[in-house]
Design a protein around this ligand. Structure first.
Ligand SMILES: Cc1cc2nc3c(=O)[nH]c(=O)nc-3n(C[C@H](O)[C@H](O)[C@H](O)COP(=O)(O)OP(=O)(O)OC[C@H]3O[C@@H](n4cnc5c(N)ncnc54)[C@H](O)[C@@H]3O)c2cc1C
Length: 420
């Protein structure tokens, strides 16, 4: 049991002494000259979770996480914090359900308050055909013990009087609800996994960009970085929106495009929305943060980019989606908006796989939905790195699935990132 670091007494003491006594949450390391058993490239949620589960589940502690910037600077600190396991297809649903179960026990496991809030998620239904599709999805969720409920129009009107149920263009006919879905404080997930991994001996090396791989005769033996070459038994890439650029350094082309996704938060309001609500006829989703801001987002910007900020047409599109179902949102003032780079795969599903280069592994293609996957992604990637075998719930996430015709096209829209 680790020592208690945070208490009301400690906060008071630090407030009176200029906050000089707080200890760093994790150890900031420098690369070891002798190298590591495993190097993880990318200190986002997935990279840090992978390091933690490698150490905790498999006893592999000679591990370094190399992060180009600072921990939490990527999408793990930029997302809209939604977690859910409301998937349809067998390749996806068991994986996301494992993630949900890991979220449910995360705070006890890593001894860190990540503000896991199972406030529920509600996907609005606007047509009879959509109701059929969501009922089918709900059945798939029930088979996986993920839990699902159907809400009719009256249930929705009672709970959320601000929703425009009778909207002529997008009438709200019902909703698919997953009561176990919700939100988690995103950057606390990065900090919590970083602390837990560091406590188990993992080196977290910030401001260390990977610029290339050392590959001889088809075997990867380490990485070239801004802090010099570092040797490794295995290299595990986990860089989300930078996947294409980083893997190109190993000569590997991925079925992934990078797009910016924007998010928005309003000024703080009194409690008005006690769960996550998603619009079913356009791309808009919203929840209320503990500080009172309405946190919302929608579609990706259509063009490929690595710039972490988006353009005004999408701002307009997202806001009009919000106005269509909850006109009251038009009276709230927007406080902030930001963007993150999404690794959009061509069927909307991710990859956790070996590559054509021996000892070089790849994790990516998480699209809009990789935050909720963080625990299971780390768990299953660590399993693959430690055992060489695919974890049973992640066995479909293979890079060659397009060649084999085994796509996991959850939305049934084909290779169109803006529709996933
Ligand atoms: C606006 C927005 C809203 C979102 N909302 C949700 C949501 O509500 N629910 C959900 O499930 N998902 C959501 N997502 C998606 C989710 O945030 C991502 O899929 C997920 O965070 C990606 O995994 P990660 O945390 O490891 O990525 P990141 O945090 O981006 O980690 C990758 C890291 O790799 C580092 N890196 C890159 N190149 C190099 C290099 N050469 N060397 C070393 N390090 C490198 C980067 O600096 C970065 O820190 C959202 C994303 C955005 C942008």
């Amino acid at each position: 049991m680790s020592k208690v670091r945070y208490s009301a007494f400690k906060v008071l003491k630090e407030a009176l002494s200029g906050h000089k006594g707080w200890e760093p949450v994790w150890r900031d390391a420098e690369p070891k000259t002798e190298g590591y058993d495993v190097i993880i490239v990318g200190g986002g949620g997935h990279g840090l979770a992978t390091a933690y589960y490698l150490a905790k589940n498999h006893g592999i502690t000679n591990v370094a996480v190399l992060e180009r910037g600072w921990i939490g600077s990527g999408n793990v600190g930029r997302n809209t914090t939604i977690i859910r396991s409301n998937y349809l297809l067998p390749g996806n649903e068991p994986f996301y359900e494992l993630s949900m179960q890991l979220w449910e026990n995360l705070e006890q496991d890593i001894n860190y308050n990540a503000m896991v809030s199972q406030r529920g998620i509600m996907n609005l239904i606007h047509s009879d055909a959509q109701r059929d599709a969501f009922v089918r999805r709900a059945n798939s969720m029930l088979f996986a013990d993920a839990g699902a409920e159907y809400l009719n129009q009256d249930d929705i009107k009672d709970r959320y009087p601000f929703l425009d149920v009778k909207n002529a263009r997008f009438p709200i006919k019902g909703a698919l609800s997953q009561p176990r879905g919700g939100t988690v404080r995103h950057d606390a997930v990065a900090w919590g996994y970083a602390r837990a991994a560091s406590n188990l001996g993992v080196d977290i090396i910030q401001n260390c960009e990977v610029k290339g791989f050392n590959i001889d005769n088809g075997v990867c033996s380490g990485v070239k970085t801004t802090k010099g070459d570092i040797k490794a038994g295995r290299v595990a890439v986990c860089v989300a929106g930078s996947s294409g650029r980083v893997m190109a350094q190993a000569g590997i082309k991925l079925p992934i495009e990078s797009h910016v996704l924007q998010a928005f938060v309003t000024e703080g309001l009194k409690p008005v929305m006690d769960n996550v609500i998603t619009f079913g006829a356009g791309h808009f989703y919203c929840s209320q943060s503990d500080k009172g801001g309405l946190v919302f987002g929608g579609d990706i910007d259509a063009y490929n980019t690595y710039a972490q900020r988006g353009n005004l047409p999408v701002v307009e599109d997202v806001c009009s989606g919000g106005m269509a179902i909850m006109p009251m949102i038009g009276r709230a003032r927007l406080l902030r908006s930001w963007g993150g780079i999404m690794d959009m795969s061509m069927d909307g599903s991710p990859f956790i796989d070996k590559t054509e280069v021996n000892e070089l592994y790849f994790n990516g293609g998480w699209c809009y939905g990789g935050f909720k996957a963080t625990p299971a992604s780390g768990y299953c990637y660590a399993h693959l790195l430690a055992t060489g075998e695919y974890h049973e719930v992640a066995s479909a996430f293979r890079l060659d699935r397009f060649r084999r015709g085994a796509m996991i096209d959850e939305k049934g829209v084909g290779p169109q990132p803006n529709l996933h």
